[in-house]
Design a protein around this ligand. Structure first.
Ligand code: NAD
Length: 251
């Protein structure tokens, strides 16, 4: 099998920055064809330029994962560009303000759930027919906040717990059809996710857990785990909710 024949089509949401950028670069380095999708077309194009400069194959797309039509167009464009869809990295996400419950506006709640949870649902659902065809796999980027209550604000925490549940549901429901779904739960990673004001009060209440996170990771330390989960080496790993946090959850 030539590298060209064995190459997979990998779709990465949030591929313009941080963990998604590192995932895109890591899959492209293996010879896979990567669709780098992001709300920011500019940053997606930057990731693609880096991949192409290194001799890889990639395409940039603008997507809003919380918008059903935008998601449908992204998946259609992926399959029309490369003929298949083998690996979905459902990674786009936003942080909330880490506020306390009584301070969270409905708008903040809906934005966080809309991108982090509804977005993962919409993209997985749109990709599924193609993943069934390729017997492909899904890697959802959840969070440490998907497995504990002290790592983020209420909307972020609820959205990521939702991603964990959705991952398990997909894993169980499609296991006999050969589609696997797993989630990684990053601890603290050095990316651009912190934007805007964080709530002082909320942050104060979370301090006990947050201060215990240990050293920050680099995005490449998340990407290598996604590469493993998408590989044949992980053919029996399905429905795993994997902390990638340097031991934070273990403490
Ligand atoms: P990042 O901000 O560097 O990258 C996130 C990317 O997602 C950005 O390029 C952004 O434009 C894109 N995005 C945001 N909303 C979008 C939308 N509606 N549609 C399409 N793209 C959208 O942050 P990151 O840390 O690399 O985040 C990636 C994932 O990792 C997120 O799901 C995040 O919740 C998760 N995560 C991050 C950390 C951390 O410490 N950085 C920890 C746990 C989990």
């Amino acid at each position: 099998v030539t590298p060209e024949q064995s190459a997979r089509t990998v779709l990465v949401t949030g591929g313009g920055s941080g963990i998604g950028r590192a995932m895109s670069i890591a899959f492209a380095a293996l010879g896979d064809r990567v669709v780098v999708a992001d709300l920011s077309e500019e940053t997606a194009a930057k990731t693609v330029a880096e991949i192409q400069a290194a001799g890889g194959t990639a395409t940039a797309l603008r997507v809003d994962v919380s918008d059903e039509e935008s998601v449908a167009a992204m998946v259609a464009a992926t399959v029309s560009a490369y003929g298949s869809l083998d690996v979905l990295c459902n990674n786009a996400g936003v942080l909330d303000s880490m506020g306390v419950l009584e301070d969270i506006s409905l708008a903040e709640w809906q934005r966080t759930i809309g991108v982090n949870l509804t977005g993962v649902f919409l993209v997985a659902r749109a990709a599924l027919p193609h993943l069934l065809e390729s017997k492909g796999s899904i890697i959802n980027t959840a969070s440490e906040a998907g497995i504990r209550g002290g790592c983020g604000g209420p909307s972020y925490t609820a959205s990521k717990h939702g991603v964990v549940g959705l991952t398990r549901s997909i894993a169980y429901m499609y296991r006999e059809q050969g589609v696997r779904a797993n989630a990684i739960c990053p601890g603290g990673v050095n990316t651009n996710i912190v934007q805007g004001e964080m709530s002082e009060q909320g942050f104060g209440r979370l301090a006990g857990v947050l201060m215990n996170a240990g050293a920050m990771a680099e995005p490449e330390q998340m990407a290598s785990v996604a590469v493993f989960l998408a590989s044949d080496a992980a053919s029996y790993v399905n429905g795993a909710i994997m902390p990638v946090d340097g031991g934070w959850f273990a403490g």
